[in-house]
Design a protein around this ligand. Sequence first.
Ligand code: AMP
Length: 208
Amino acid sequence: MNIVLLGAPGAGKGTQAQKLTAEFGFAHISTGDLLRGAIAAGSPLGLEAKGYMDAGQLVPDELVLSLLKERLGADDVGRGFILDGYPRNTAQAVTLDAVLRDMGKSLDAALLVAVDPAVIVDRLSRRRACRECGFTGVDSMHACPRCGGEMYQRDDDKPATIEARLDTYATKTAPLIEYFKGQDKLAEVDGQGDPDEVYVHVKEVLGL
Ligand code: AMP
C-alpha cells in the first residue's frame, strides 16, 4: 500500500508512520528526516536547506525532489511506502503523481491526521527526536527507546519557529486536503488522544 500522510507539524504523522512501518513493513519516507540527514552529512544540499528549515519555510521543491527520487529508488519501497512530509504544496503533489506514474506506481490513499492547532503548539514544544534513528518522543525521554541514541530538541521545534511552520502549513499544505479529496483518496482520522487509539482508527480508515 502506498500512502501519503497529511496533517500539521506535530499532528502525529511520524508516530503513526512508525507504527504502520513496524506492523506492515512499509518504507517510512520522511522528507524532513532526509533533509536533516543531508544537513548532518554537511552536503551542499543540506547547507542550502538549513536556512529555510530554521525559518519554518518550505525548502525549494527541486532540492526535496532530488532526495525523494533517490529514496524512492531503494529496494524496500516495493513493499509499499508511507510518505511523511511530502507533498507539502500543490506543485509537489502534481510532481509526485508524475514520478510515481513513471515508476509504474500510484497512491492508494492520503491520510489526514487532524489535530486542533492549540494542541499542536504544546506537542511541538515537548517533542524530542533521536539523533541516530529519527525516532519521535517527548521531553521526558533522554535516550531513544528504539536505538539508545541521544534525544534532542529540533531547532525548528523551538517556539520562534513553530508559529512560522504552522503558518506555512495553513497557506501551502492544507490546500492539499481538497486536492486529494478531488482524487477520491482522502481518509481522515482524529489525531487527538492516545497514539495507540489513533492507530486503531488509522488502520480502520485505510482498510488494514
Ligand atoms: P518535518 O520533519 O516534516 O516537520 O519537516 C521539517 C522541515 O523540513 C519543514 O519545516 C521544511 O522546512 C522542510 N521540509 C520537509 N519536507 C519538505 C517538503 N516536502 N518540501 C519542502 N520542505 C520540506
